[in-house]
Design a protein. Structure first.
Length: 520
């Protein structure tokens, strides 16, 4: 029977399999997933599964299946491929998967010998052969719990004698991190999560008196994140994409625990009063946190506080009737997909994927609009959006970013173009980005007319030659007919360009005016 296990003290288990719900995809790319709850079955010969990690957009999942005899096999899963078993290293019998890159191409975990206690941190690229990341100081054990978004850096621990040390791998190059200062000989420092670019690692490490959550950077080294008042120890289990938000749990000697969220400005903050809550992972911007507490999977946002996963799913249109959720182990960077461990009637221990949630990307409330103006005038294009965290803006013309050094407004909600010229005409849009990802506005067309255009003070002409009140193809057809010798009931002058002849030149001049050009 699968039970939620604290990564800080042991191993997080994982698994997946076959789907029982359908999610829409489109040719050429992944469509926005419809709200759905997917049960991930098991590989042949196994009877339990758990989902431990999910890609940035929720399309790829990694986890582990097991048998009643505690034989584990790692896997990856997508809607299209189903569950794919991960290979073991030569001479090893067990594989387990705990982390996955942003695009889902690289998985991190471990392989185990099954007999002599040998364990090796491993990665798998595109579900291919296992890559041995090695051990520290000829130790018998290494373990990768997480991998960076770019798939380059893994984080976990390695043994040396009776001690465990936090490790970061750059490819297959092992970097010893160690831990916080400690007076104990049996050092137990474990790295449990790593941010998008691999620059920030979090986990737990002993001090002279207890075990505390830490945050590590190459520049600053280890930082003690402390413990909530009334508790005795802490561990950090997850980190935002940019490394500024850390989530985890504090534990009292009585066994009571409390989920926390840490930032530089606010420090460690308690996420409510659930007496057994543990935060395990966060969305890319750190605004949505998942974990378990009170015997069920939980979700936290600033708006809702801690709620049961089933209630959170219901609020997003996902029916979870008949399901019992044990833990939510991971959430996609964009916040639209949550994975973990649950069960339903007849399937008590299965990995699950809940997708099609609202997520945490920016939500655009006002789009830029098409504009027409005259040369030398100023024009503004604006966008309005909501976001749980800080937003950045990048305006583009014809899909090419506008240089914000020469025009600082190109990095703001309102693009200002001063003294425009005809060359500024084009299609403009804005890319809005927060820690969860990016969204694009609808394109807005800007038309800049020259000073010779009638609307800009240039000479005027009457291009409505058929007198129907509109400038369109009907006027062109009318003039063609008149010049060809047809009737002229409106008595319009066929010499539209006033060159003394009624010919193709007049037709061309009229077409130009109808298209928005100046009068001849």
């Amino acid at each position: 029977m699968w039970t939620p296990v604290n990564r800080e003290s042991s191993v997080l288990y994982s698994v997946l399999g076959v789907t029982v719900c359908w999610v829409s995809f489109v040719a050429g790319g992944r469509a926005e997933a419809q709200p759905a709850l997917i049960q991930l079955g098991v590989l042949p010969g196994s009877d339990s599964s758990v989902a431990n990690a999910v890609s940035a957009d929720g399309s790829h999942v990694a986890g582990t299946v097991s048998t009643s005899g505690q034989t584990y096999r790692g896997f990856t899963w997508t809607q299209n491929t189903g569950m794919i078993e991960l290979a073991v290293l030569p001479g090893y019998v067990v594989s387990e998967a705990y982390g996955i890159s942003s695009d889902g191409s690289v998985v991190a975990g471990r392989c185990h010998s099954g007999t002599n206690g040998q364990s090796r941190a491993c990665t798998w690229a595109n579900a291919g052969p296992a890559t041995n990341l090695g051990t520290y100081n000829n130790g018998s054990v290494s373990w990768a719990y997480a991998i960076s978004g770019d798939g380059v850096h893994a984080a976990g621990y390695a043994s040396s004698g009776s001690s465990l040390y936090s490790i970061r791998w750059n490819g297959n190059i092992l970097q010893f991190l160690g831990g916080l200062p400690s007076s104990t000989s049996n050092y137990q420092s474990i790295a449990l999560a790593i941010n998008e670019d691999g620059s920030v690692v979090v986990g737990h490490s002993p001090t002279t008196s207890t075990v505390v959550a830490y945050r590590w950077t190459a520049v600053g080294g280890f930082e003690n994140l402390g413990v909530l008042a009334g508790f005795d120890s802490s561990d950090a289990n997850g980190v935002s994409a940019d490394g500024t938000v850390v989530v985890g749990a504090c534990t009292a000697n009585s066994g009571m625990s409390r989920a926390f969220r840490w930032t530089r400005s606010l420090g460690m903050q308690s996420l409510g009063t659930n007496p057994t809550a543990r935060a395990l992972a966060a969305s890319g911007d750190g605004s949505i946190i998942v974990g378990y507490g009170g015997g069920t999977a939980i979700v936290w946002t600033a708006q809702t506080g801690i709620v049961n996963l089933s209630a959170y799913l219901a609020a997003h249109g996902v029916n979870s009737t008949g399901w019992v959720f044990s833990a939510a182990y991971a959430i996609s960077k964009d916040g639209t997909t949550i994975v973990g461990l649950g069960g339903s009637s007849g399937f008590p221990t299965r990995g699950f994927v809940a997708r099609g949630l609202s997520g945490c990307k920016p939500v655009i409330s006002s789009q830029p609009t098409d504009s027409q103006t005259c040369a030398s005038e100023a024009i503004t294009l604006s966008v309005q959006a909501s976001s749980g965290t800080a937003l950045s803006f990048r305006w583009r013309k014809n899909n090419i970013p506008i240089d914000s050094d020469s025009n600082p407004s190109a990095a703001s909600p309102t693009l200002v173009l001063s003294s425009v010229s005809v060359q500024d005409s084009g299609e403009y849009d804005c890319v809005l980005t927060n820690g969860c990802g990016s969204v694009e506005t609808q394109p807005a067309m800007l038309v800049v007319r020259s000073a010779s255009h009638p609307a800009c003070g240039g000479p005027t002409c009457d291009a409505d030659v058929n007198r129907d009140g509109a400038l369109d193809q009907g006027d062109v057809d009318y003039l063609i007919n008149v010049i060809a010798g047809g009737g002229n009931p409106e008595q319009s002058n066929p010499d539209f360009n006033t060159d003394g002849a009624a010919d193709q030149g007049d037709i061309d001049a009229l077409i130009n005016v109808v298209a928005g050009g100046p009068c001849p």
